[in-house]
Design a protein around this ligand. Structure first.
Ligand SMILES: [Zn+2]
Ligand SMILES: [Zn+2]
Length: 284
């Protein structure tokens, strides 16, 4: 994957639910910060329009919450809705309708909610938030790479995204701390959703990946300056490159006997970026 890359935030609230700002102000902030697209995901209030999207592309979306039949409580993003979902319905009914509409279903902030990894397995989530910036800034529970690795042992195609979950409230004004960068031919709704489904994106808190090549069990990346690159696999499996100085290119021989392989990188400030599982991915 060499680009073009499109920077987006997939979990945002407006004053239609518990956010402080109107949609236009949220869109202006993200456009001014260099984002190419956002998704609006208010609680149980679907953002669903086919109208003009300014000043940046906006995906239809909603954030659902509720219990499953085992009593487990979840927050779930539905991205790419074709029609609004009923407000304040039952979680599983709303997820089924979103799925029928072709929406992506993302398990939101598992650590913040208190979910165990196994709780997700009965559900057909497409992926999860591996980093939620507001959950991390507020109570230190924004990371879910541990949940991700556990699910990947059963679902090696499970997507991992980073998000802001921004509300712009006086005591919760955290934003521009976690995002996705999507490799797609255009920044249209169809192209971005298709690239998300194909795992043609990475999640980041800062580092940028300019090129990612997987070929004949060889992996190469070009990035902004980093200090560490790690291949992460099941259980104790891993490979790493660490230096005390910045570097911008890393190569690995891909293991062929791991049930999944993903790559994460880290810069001198400790900010990370994460690719999706690479095992079956072929890119040029
Ligand atoms: Zn939530
Ligand atoms: Zn939220």
């Amino acid at each position: 994957m060499k680009g073009p890359w499109h920077k987006g935030n997939l979990h945002l609230h407006t004053n239609r639910s518990d956010g402080r700002l109107a949609l236009a102000s949220v869109a202006e902030k993200y456009a001014a910060a260099g984002y190419d697209f956002i998704a609006i995901t208010d609680h149980w209030k679907s953002y669903c329009t086919n109208g003009e999207q300014q000043p940046l592309m906006i995906l239809n979306g909603v954030e659902l919450d509720g219990h499953d039949t085992l009593g487990c409580y979840f927050h779930v993003l539905a991205l790419g809705l074709a029609r609004p979902l009923p407000e304040n319905g039952l979680l599983l009914d709303a997820m089924a309708e979103a799925r029928d509409q072709g929406a992506l279903l993302i398990w939101a902030h598992p650590h913040w909610t208190g979910n165990q990894a196994a709780e997700a397995l009965p559900h057909d989530f497409d992926g999860l938030e591996i980093y939620n910036h507001s959950s991390q800034c507020e109570i230190g529970k924004g990371y879910a790479t541990s949940h991700w690795d556990t699910v990947l042992e059963n679902r090696p195609d499970f997507l991992g995204i980073a998000v802001d979950d921004a509300h712009f409230q006086p005591r919760s004004g955290f934003w521009d701390g976690g995002w996705v960068s999507v490799c797609a031919p255009a920044c249209s709704r169809a192209a971005i959703l298709d690239a998300l489904r194909r795992r043609h994106f990475y999640a980041s808190q800062g580092p940028r990946i300019d090129r990612l090549v997987v070929k004949d069990n060889w992996l190469g990346i070009d990035t902004t300056p980093i200090r560490c690159a790690r291949l992460v696999g099941p259980r104790h499996r891993g490979k790493w490159i660490h230096h005390a100085h910045d570097f911008r290119r890393a190569e690995f021989q891909m293991p062929t006997d791991w049930s999944f392989v993903r790559l994460e990188i880290e810069d001198a400030c400790g900010k990370q970026a994460w690719t999706n599982p690479l095992g079956s991915m072929k890119t040029d």
